[in-house]
Design a protein. Structure first.
Length: 192
């Protein structure tokens, strides 16, 4: 018989440890490519919102992008592959499109390894680079966890994260309503 999923403070503490571990890994990966500001994907892939897997399980999704030098896309792919293999992962590299096509895309993918069900790095010919990370599923109710992290704030209703972040920025988990770290500047912090 399996143990019941954590709830309350135990759920928050487990989720915080999971979040900081997976975000630290992704930030380290980003830092091998650029420590400049990366664009945050739409609100659903900010990285801290719990997503439901199955009943009583959650996961986190993240999406970041940056424009780099397109002439170095092979070197970026080599760097990503080395990072994954240095962390005992087995990356798969593929190229979509021919060299003469404007939309050529190099993909480096890791599936079902470590804390991740999917880690995808895409490097376009024009230098646009995107990282998508989807974690494995962890025990816990997504809705309860969301309430514990965001205290009822609705991120899609005016309480959005900043547009960019550097992988060297300090990590945090959860928000304090009105905390300016989590809102766009120069907008005033929302009132709880």
């Amino acid at each position: 018989m399996s143990e019941p999923a954590p709830s309350g403070q135990a759920l928050f503490d487990d989720a915080e440890a999971n979040y900081l571990r997976y975000r630290g890994f992704v930030n380290d990966l980003q830092s091998t490519l650029s420590t400049d500001g990366w664009t945050i994907g739409q609100i659903g892939v900010y990285g801290m919102q719990p997503v439901e897997c199955d009943a009583h399980q959650y996961r986190f999704d993240l999406n970041r992008s940056i424009a780099l030098d397109g002439t170095q896309r092979e070197e970026y792919a080599d760097t990503v592959e080395s990072f994954f293999t240095d962390h005992d992962m087995s990356p798969r590299r593929s190229v979509l499109g021919g060299d003469d096509q404007e939309g050529q895309l190099i993909q480096v993918t890791v599936r079902d390894q470590g804390d991740f069900s999917l880690l995808l790095v895409e490097i376009r010919r024009d230098g646009q680079l995107r990282i998508a990370a989807e974690t494995t599923c962890w025990p816990g109710d997504r809705d309860e966890l969301s309430r514990l992290i965001f205290h009822g704030e609705r991120l899609g209703e005016g309480y959005l994260p900043i547009d960019t972040e550097s992988p060297t920025d300090p990590l945090f988990f959860g928000i304090t309503p009105g905390d300016p770290q989590f809102v766009r500047e120069p907008s005033p912090a929302p009132t709880p």
